[in-house]
Write a protein that binds this ligand. Structure first.
Ligand SMILES: Nc1ncnc2c1ncn2[C@@H]1O[C@H](COP(=O)(O)OP(=O)(O)O)[C@@H](O)[C@H]1O
Ligand SMILES: [Mg+2]
Length: 344
């Protein structure tokens, strides 16, 4: 029987009278990349510390590979922490050690014999694309290279789970993309399970197969990323987090929106299509068959976690029940946002 890599069951964590995590439950299967997103103070770091056995919840259980880590004695925790790799926002490299020396550290702590270390270090350097940099000092590296060292170090002892706390938040957009591509590649090649904590929805869109949205210590969403982003409506918290990466009605038009259809006016609709369905030419077919004008005002087709995803704000002339039915055949998440009366 397959055991989830992570099972979080009814976990709560309080600090004095403040509830940082309140009855949080979710599971992560092997090979998933789970993104955990929430505003500052939502409880993300508290959750990560409990998952990494750096802190204990006040209530609930956390199972890693089926083993309850909340009740483990100290000796068990040492072995368990080797099953978990950590990647930090600020890299946390030792400046007194070379790149190879930093990667060697977890091997030394795990008791890997000196003679076996160089080959393992060379493999890890190759995996993160730093084969030529083993003898450099951290101060000689760019931010992206430092994070590659951080990832190599986290993978040194073949962990079952990689925990990343804002791993790309200190990096520029281009370097962020390169590091996320590296994590996705490691996930594919090693089948490694990853939990990524972030406040950036763009990080989630790029690589997270599953998504948990935290708000004030509660889980407000927990589903495949595509299902959450592809839904016609989301919770207010999710909508707010998504707003920076989702197409919006242009403000000048938003000011003109009314609830009722107007003769000669346009309907403003939002269409989301997830998976291969995203490639269907539904708007051109609509134009051909009904002679109406359908114009994409914002958005387009992108990818989420490697799957096609269309998210568009569209204006359609002559919107009526027949047109609505035609569009819904394509099985989109469709929402009529309002109508714009014609200028007379
Ligand atoms: N060690 C602590 N002592 C007191 N309060 C804490 C501690 N750690 C976190 N908190 C509080 O718990 C809440 C969640 O914090 P945190 O998990 O750091 O959120 P996030 O990482 O999502 O920004 C915040 O209100 C924070 O002030
Ligand atoms: Mg935090």
């Amino acid at each position: 029987m397959d055991v989830n890599v992570v099972d979080v069951r009814h976990v709560s964590r309080r600090f004095g009278g403040h509830v940082a995590l309140d009855d949080v439950s979710f599971s992560v299967a092997k090979g998933e990349i789970l993104g955990v997103i929430g505003r500052s103070g939502a409880g993300k770091s508290s959750l990560l510390r409990c998952l990494g056995a750096l802190d204990r919840p006040d209530a609930g259980q956390i199972l890693i590979e089926g083993q309850d880590i909340t009740t483990l004695p100290q000796a068990g925790l040492v072995a368990l922490r080797r099953r978990i790799g950590f990647v930090f926002q600020h890299f946390n490299l030792l400046s007194s050690r070379t790149v190879a020396g930093n990667i060697s550290l977890p091997l030394e702590i795990a008791g890997v014999p000196r003679a076996d270390r160089p080959q393992r270090i060379a493999e890890l350097l190759a995996l993160v694309g730093l084969s030529a940099h083993g003898d450099k000092w951290p101060a000689q590296l760019s931010g992206g290279q430092k994070q590659r060292v951080g990832i190599a170090r986290a993978l040194a002892n073949d962990p079952a789970l990689l925990l990343c706390d804002e791993a790309t938040s200190a990096l520029d957009p281009e370097t962020t993309t390169a590091i996320l591509d590296l994590l996705a590649e490691i996930n594919r090649e090693l089948g490694l399970t990853i939990i990524l904590i972030t406040h950036e929805m763009d990080v989630i869109r790029r690589i997270a197969t599953h998504l948990v949205v935290l708000d004030q210590g509660h889980i407000v969403e927990n589903a495949p990323t595509l299902a959450i982003m592809g839904a016609a409506t989301q919770s207010a918290v999710t909508e707010a987090l998504l707003s920076e990466t989702q197409p919006q009605v242009p403000p000048a038009l938003r000011a003109r929106l009314v609830a009722e259809p107007a003769p000669d006016g346009w309907a403003i609709i939002r269409i989301r299509l997830a998976g291969e369905a995203a490639w269907q030419p539904m708007l051109s077919l609509l134009g051909q068959q009904y002679g109406v004008e359908a114009t994409v005002l914002q958005g387009g087709t992108t990818e989420i976690a490697g799957q096609p995803f269309a998210d568009q704000i569209v204006s359609v002339t002559g919107y009526c029940a027949e047109i609505h039915d035609f569009l819904t055949q394509f099985d989109p998440s469709l929402k009529v946002l309002g109508h714009v009366p014609a200028d007379h």
